[in-house]
Design a binder for this molecule. Structure first.
Ligand SMILES: NC(=O)c1ccc[n+]([C@@H]2O[C@H](COP(=O)([O-])OP(=O)(O)OC[C@H]3O[C@@H](n4cnc5c(N)ncnc54)[C@H](OP(=O)(O)O)[C@@H]3O)[C@@H](O)[C@H]2O)c1
Length: 295
């Protein structure tokens, strides 16, 4: 299969390309600044419509996994124009080219399309984003539904895993590093989501692409956790001292953008449909441990 992966240098994209190359797929790895490690690298800005079309014409992908986005939630709040250009206009460009060149599209969306008032959201719950990042990702969902027929919207939540080529850390690696150095960390107890191991997510997305499953799916970890519970489990799995983790309330943290309180996702549809199931937290953490050993 020939797949074009946008955001190939990111936390999810890099893992996805690695696994797809291992399956002997022909992978084209799109990036803007950080050269990806896996697949054939292709550099362009997704907000440049002509550049997007040119690549589709050349590569003729059978499937596109669109993970590229401005993912920094506070940056999106501060740089709204840039966030719109990448997350909305960039997604429209990708969707239009998918339709024109008959490629199946998997768009990676987020639990942040929900307001976090209820938690355990199903695919048909009404989105109501509380920050600009969530709004741009929701607009992206609407655009691809309007512009393409053959597409899947895959919403996920707090991705973690081994370090991507872009060098950006993630919550799990940041925490493990702090605890290794015996530094105290304050972690919030009043925010819940569905932490998702990038390897588990990448395998589910590859299956969706192979089977060309259309519609919306919640592809996330199978366990709802507060950030504090997640931190404790991480520490225990990696045999690190949990005493360095102290409790905090989200009121104490000076975020620029508002966060949904409980954006956990109900993954029953994915569980029933896919051969690659969403993993429960302990299973996912053991898998991550194996991936980064020796730690
Ligand atoms: N991380 C999470 O916890 C989380 C949770 C829910 C949903 N999601 C969604 O999952 C997807 C993947 O997230 P991630 O954390 O893996 O992302 P990430 O690590 O922040 O990587 C973002 C990727 O997007 C690329 N990119 C950014 N602007 C671009 C542009 N103008 N043109 C081309 N490429 C561009 C970056 O390329 P360069 O490195 O070359 O700049 C990078 O490869 C995103 O769509 C995000 O909204 C993430």
């Amino acid at each position: 299969m020939r797949i074009l992966v946008t955001g190939a240098s990111g936390l999810l994209g890099s893992k996805l390309c690695k696994l797809a190359v291992r399956k002997n797929y022909e992978i084209y790895s799109v990036y803007s600044q950080h050269k990806p490690l896996y697949g054939a690298p292709v550099q362009f800005d997704i907000s440049d419509k002509d550049a997007v079309e040119k690549i589709f014409k050349k590569v003729k992908p059978e499937a596109v996994v669109h993970t590229a986005a401005l993912t920094n939630v506070d940056k999106c709040e501060l740089e709204k124009e840039r966030a719109w250009k990448i997350n909305v206009e960039g997604t429209e460009n990708i969707a239009e080219s998918c339709e024109k060149f008959h490629a199946f599209l998997v768009y990676i969306s987020t639990d942040y399309v929900f307001d976090g008032e209820k938690g355990m959201y199903k695919e048909n719950h009404k989105p109501n984003p509380v920050n600009y990042y969530g709004l741009t990702k929701l607009k992206g969902e609407e655009s691809i539904k309007n512009l393409t027929d053959e597409c899947c919207i895959a919403r996920t939540s707090v991705i973690y895993g081994t370090i991507p080529v872009a060098g950006k850390t993630n919550f799990a690696l940041w925490l493990l590093d702090k605890l290794e150095r015996k530094e105290k960390v304050k972690i919030v107890t009043d925010q819940w989501n569905s932490p998702t191991l990038n390897t588990n997510l990448a395998n589910m997305i590859l299956e969706v692409s192979e089977r060309k499953l259309t519609g919306t799916f919640h592809l996330a970890g199978a366990t709802r956790l507060s950030r504090f519970e997640f931190a404790k489990l991480l520490a225990k799995t990696f045999s690190l001292n949990t005493n360095f983790i102290t409790l905090a309330s989200s009121r104490e943290i000076s975020w620029i953008a508002k966060r949904p309180q409980d954006s956990s996702l109900n993954i029953n549809k994915a569980y029933q449909t896919l051969k690659n199931k969403p993993l429960k937290i302990q299973e996912a953490l053991e898998k991550m441990k194996k991936e980064i050993e020796p730690f």
